[in-house]
Design a protein around this ligand. Structure first.
Ligand SMILES: Cc1cc2nc3c(=O)[nH]c(=O)nc-3n(C[C@H](O)[C@H](O)[C@H](O)COP(=O)(O)OP(=O)(O)OC[C@H]3O[C@@H](n4cnc5c(N)ncnc54)[C@H](O)[C@@H]3O)c2cc1C
Length: 456
């Protein structure tokens, strides 16, 4: 099997590389190898009743398959250089924004046209944040919602399937350098190509490490974000979410001068389990469909932890803390804010008696036994700071789910074309450590596809 270009991973990075190549150079032969299922066969077995929690499937339907980790996400495409990755450091700020807007245009052409774009530009809310020691980061955000995001992916797949060979349930085991290009090997197939794009996302981070080790590609790693997911009645944040939908707000703590930030806001959404390499953590979704909207809003509060020499395993640190919550709670732990500040665990009775209905069946417990004090203190401080701009955030019945961990892939050493030291071998998306979002990952895919087109 010989191709001009092989793409490993069918997440947003891989999909947009394939899309750009297929549209601009239909003469090229392109293959995509994906560890998970086609979109239509991606079903998480957790139903809340018969299967209440993660049963650790062979490939995780949430993280793997066509659409990647973003397939069932809230589909928030943030067009900004302020967060979501450092793509701009490689390709320049203007180019990065231009490509994110280009991706947005393609999403609109493929089913997203009715969705709304929100923006922080000119928002009065910025001043209110500043007056309360909070900083609102600049961004425009397209909210596709989980349902429309799925339709867009379906349409993109239908456009691609006749020009691109997709191999699903085919995890690539290794990449070899051969004369004139690369050979990628799975358990069943070996395929050759002139150019190879690796886009394996967060779920492929461990595999990516082995590739870099085998091919002697330098890497760097030192960051993990830890925190909780906060759930409140939607009305408490409605003045913010109605205007901005997703707001990234940063607070600098008084005690330790750590930055705590909001992340992944889901107005009228649900809190969900997430499985990363067998460890159950927490995340959130929301839907465009009015019938699926809940009365709650959720968002994460995260603290970034950077490590310096000699410690190198920042993800291992995050995993250990997530494991601790899994050990104590059998999965995700939920605690009322009032219980946390009073130094007591939440019990099923206290959750039952509170005014807020949790959208995730998690185990009532004590998050202070799980998260390091420094992180817990920062989160408590931030909740009180948010209470000043959205009174009610620090209510006793506010729910905190833990732990939320944002793992970062190690950064692969790449040049300004996102090419490794081996010519024709590119690493894009979250698997490169350069991006951490749908928009940046997709833009990196378009960028590399164009670089290949120019050089082929
Ligand atoms: C629940 C959830 C909600 C999210 N919500 C948002 C959001 O609203 N906005 C936002 O910007 N970001 C969100 N994110 C993050 C976003 O999904 C990622 O940043 C984005 O998907 C990264 O794209 P990617 O293509 O780099 O990697 P992925 O999307 O992770 O795709 C990588 C693909 O590679 C495959 N793969 C891995 N290893 C191999 C291998 N060895 N061989 C073959 N295939 C392999 C995987 O199966 C996967 O399908 C969310 C993530 C999750 C989990």
């Amino acid at each position: 099997m010989k191709y001009d270009v092989i793409i490993i991973g069918a997440g947003p990075g891989g999909i947009f590389s394939a899309y750009e190549l297929a549209v601009k150079r239909p003469d090229l032969s392109i293959a995509v190898f994906e560890a998970g299922n086609p979109l239509s066969k991606r079903h998480c077995p957790i139903d809340g009743k018969k299967i209440p929690s993660c049963i650790k499937c062979k490939t995780c339907a949430i993280m793997n398959g066509f659409g990647g980790a973003g397939a069932f996400s809230d589909g928030k495409y943030n067009i900004t250089n302020d967060f979501g990755g450092t793509l701009y450091e490689y390709i320049g700020k203007e180019k990065a924004i231009e490509l994110m807007e280009y991706v947005d245009k393609i999403n609109m052409e493929n089913g997203g046209a009715q969705t709304k774009m929100y923006s922080t530009a000119g928002s009065a809310f910025k001043k209110l944040c500043m007056q309360n020691k909070l900083t609102l980061l600049n961004a425009s955000v397209r909210h596709l919602g989980t349902d429309i995001n799925y339709i867009v992916l379906e349409n993109l797949y239908n456009k691609l399937k006749d020009n691109v060979d997709f191999f699903f349930n085919t995890p690539i085991q290794n990449v070899e350098i051969v004369e004139g290009g690369y050979c990628v090997n799975s358990a069943q197939i070996s395929a050759y190509c002139r150019k190879c794009i690796i886009s394996v996302g967060r779920s492929g981070s461990k595999w990516m490490e082995t590739v870099c080790h085998d091919l002697d590609i330098p890497t760097h790693s030192n960051r993990v974000d830890l925190g909780v997911r906060v759930e409140i009645p939607a009305v408490i944040f409605s003045h913010i979410t109605d205007e901005l939908y997703e707001s990234k707000i940063v607070y600098r703590t008084e005690k330790f001068e750590d930055n705590v930030r909001t992340f992944c806001m889901n107005p009228h959404g649900i809190v969900v389990n997430e499985n990363t390499n067998g460890i159950v953590t927490v995340n959130g979704h929301s839907f465009e469909d009015p019938s699926k909207k809940t009365e709650n809003t959720n968002f994460a509060l995260l603290v970034a932890k950077h490590f310096s020499e000699p410690f190198k395993d920042s993800n291992g640190y995050g995993e250990s803390i997530a494991r601790l919550s899994n050990m104590l709670g059998g999965g995700v732990i939920v605690q009322r804010f009032g219980d946390l500040v009073r130094g007591r665990r939440s019990t099923p009775k206290r959750i039952e008696e509170s005014t807020l209905r949790p959208t995730l069946a998690a185990t009532p417990g004590d998050l202070s036994l799980v998260l390091p004090k420094r992180i817990m203190d920062g989160i408590i401080e931030m909740i009180y700071a948010l209470d000043k701009i959205a009174p009610g955030t620090a209510n006793d019945d506010t729910l905190l789910y833990g732990v939320e961990v944002k793992f970062y892939n190690m950064e692969v050493e790449l040049d300004k074309n996102l090419e490794t030291k081996h010519p024709g071998l590119y690493v894009i998306g979250d698997g490169s450590g350069v991006t951490h979002s749908l928009s940046h990952a997709s833009a990196s895919g378009v960028y590399v596809a164009n670089h290949i087109i120019e050089n082929m």
